[in-house]
Design a protein. Sequence first.
Length: 247
Amino acid sequence: MTSPPGPPVKSASRTLDVLEDIAAHGSGSLHVLAGRLGLPKSSLHGILRTMLDRGWLVVDAGRYTLGIRSLLVGSAYLESDAVIGQTSQLLDELAEATVHLARLDGRDIVYLAKRESVHPLRMFSAVGRRLPAHATALGRALLADRPDRDAVALLRRSLVPITARTTTDRTALLVSIAAARDAGYAVEREESCLGVTCFAVALPLSRPAKDAISVAVPLTRLNDELRKLVVDHLLDARRQVAAGAQR
């Protein structure tokens, strides 16, 4: 898809910048938001007032945060997304463990769906949240579906650690991505959540893949037998998705 011809509308761009900034960094006062966005307070004030009037933002004690309109639009996206619908039953079938569906968005993965395990895990993941792709098995599975030059381009900036075990060495990360490419699945151990190992496969619904599913397993339960079972289930799930896409 290509953008319509012509330059972007400045006020519309700034409005979207406000939404994306608050979603990524949390609430803020007029002064804080102006600083984060690099906008004049006078221009930003009018945008915030309009967004308040339309329900996109709410303000409490001088701090602006997302309003209910943002929730409604986000929920409509989840309901209309074809991949979420296609994989819903698959996630249910895997849900004896904690299962995620995520999409690559720039250098991050964004969680689109989640099924909780019968053994609940304390994880950062929640629908709508994002994590750096390099720190997750989901991201590595998707990077492995791309040539190394594309993975390098996405990993050009500094690699921020999520835990003390996150791989932040670019060469080591590329080795991990290459291993995922060879094995057909990616794995990370305590790099996005301490005490948890995640396994993931990219879903062959586009080329290159933009969506992946993962299974998270607490280290206290992980052994060779469970590892093989999880990997086999994920590889079978990918085959099911591929078969469905060819129909």
